[in-house]
Design a protein around this ligand. Structure first.
Ligand SMILES: NC(=O)c1ccc[n+]([C@@H]2O[C@H](COP(=O)([O-])OP(=O)(O)OC[C@H]3O[C@@H](n4cnc5c(N)ncnc54)[C@H](O)[C@@H]3O)[C@@H](O)[C@H]2O)c1
Length: 385
């Protein structure tokens, strides 16, 4: 039996319910108390889930809490994670780790010094889709990867998020900070660290309209570029073209494509846990499908239709897996997969992509990280109910 870690949640917004649902799947953490800068938000959350409502200061000082789950907005991730570490709590934050590299480095330094774990979403790369791709790449089914491309593009969160303004803010807004973590983490998990990036950008419409919630119909200003086109060179020499945009009405290719010496691979949407991997080894031959629906973190688990972009009855969603895996590693004193080093490297690529696109100058990636080990079924089963 695993130890069940007592988790204190800070940031009781939109995504919090996904982590409460994770109690159903994982056996080693329990969110027992919550707090928010808005007392009304944490009160509502405490009432809904039958847990204790505290202030942010109280939860940080609470002796029972072992891990702080930081589900605040990106701009607040650094400040909240830092406070958690300084109060000797392990911390697991939603993506991105921080909104600039300097802050991310400081968090890692504090965690190291205090021998605390720091973990970060996204954990979707632990899911069946990315892990099946990794298994096939380890079997060398398409040979050495030379090139690849990926695109995430949609009209923006304003249609389904009741408070979308932070996604369009000057410093922390835009699609690279928001969606980049999914694509870049998946790419680093499969290809290894990146070494250089170049890019260009586009500014979309200047004002957007909130599509849901109490402020439905309200117009707000866009303060950041909303489309980035980048070229990333990895340490293993693979070149990936990555487009991230909030200015596209629809497209049909949220997946990643790799082009190798002996074939091509389609890696399913990295914002999801499941999805089939496809391989084609010869032009004109049919693509071979590798299903993930029988894998522990690939099985469909949500049947109801949801308004949320990352939840649908055709895709597995096991958000919280990274937190559970980190808790397991704390107990066993092992290296966790959704690690601070990995998220710091991803943050470096994010910041470098934005800078390269803004200045028109290639940027060197100054950090690196170890590629997480494949998350095999035997290990996944240890944290599942
Ligand atoms: N909404 C999604 O579908 C989704 C999916 C995956 C990841 N995420 C990530 O999860 C995080 C939260 O997203 P969300 O959609 O739940 O946002 P949200 O705006 O709905 O909720 C954030 C909550 O954090 C609180 N907060 C802000 N600053 C704080 C601070 N300094 N101290 C304490 N509380 C603070 C806010 O009051 C709010 O209740 C973001 O990093 C986002 O990128 C969201």
């Amino acid at each position: 039996m695993n130890k069940v870690f007592k988790v204190g949640l800070i940031g009781c917004g939109h995504i919090a319910e996904t982590y409460f649902r994770a109690h159903k799947y994982f056996n080693n953490f329990k969110i027992i108390k919550c707090a928010d800068i808005l007392d009304s938000a944490s009160k509502k959350c405490a009432l809904k889930y039958g847990i204790e409502n505290l202030t942010v200061n109280e939860i940080l000082k609470d002796k029972e809490i072992e891990i702080i789950l930081n589900l605040t907005i990106p701009k607040a991730h650094y400040e909240v994670a830092k406070k958690a570490l300084l109060h000797n709590k392990h911390v697991y934050s939603e993506k991105p780790m921080a909104i600039n590299l300097k802050d991310g480095k400081e968090l890692l330094k504090i965690a190291k010094k205090r021998k605390l774990y720091i973990g970060n979403a996204p954990d979707t790369f632990l899911g069946g889709g990315n892990q099946k791709s990794k298994e096939l790449l380890e079997k060398n089914v398409i040979g050495k990867i030379k090139l690849g491309n990926a695109i995430f593009a949609f009209p923006g969160v304003q249609s389904y998020h009741p408070s979308p303004e932070p996604w369009f803010a000057k410093k922390e807004g835009g699609p690279v900070i928001d969606m980049g973590p999914y694509y870049l983490t998946a790419l680093v998990n499969l290809l290894g660290p990146a070494k250089e990036v170049s890019g260009s950008l586009m500014r979309g419409v200047k004002k957007r309209v909130i599509g849901i919630g109490p402020n439905k119909g309200k117009k707000f200003k866009v303060h950041c570029p909303t489309t980035y086109l980048s070229t990333i060179v990895f340490e293993n020499k693979t070149i990936i073209r990555l487009t991230l945009s909030f200015d596209v009405i629809a497209h049909q290719r949220n997946h990643i494509e790799f082009y190798g010496k002996n074939g091509s691979m389609i890696v399913p949407d990295p914002n999801m846990f499941g999805g089939s991997v496809y391989i084609c080894n010869k032009l004109g031959q049919p693509w071979k499908e590798h299903k993930t629906g029988k894998m522990s973190l690939g099985k469909i688990n949500i049947r109801t239709k949801s308004l949320r972009a990352n939840e649908s009855p055709i895709n597995a969603n096991y958000r919280g897996a990274g937190l559970a895996e980190m808790a397991y590693c704390i107990e066993k004193r092992k290296k966790h997969r959704c690690s601070g080093e990995l998220s710091l490297h991803v943050l470096d690529i994010i910041q470098s992509t934005m800078r390269a696109s803004k200045t028109g100058k290639k940027q060197k990636i100054t950090t690196t990280c170890k590629i997480p080990k494949r998350f095999i079924e035997k290990d996944i089963k240890k944290i599942l109910n």
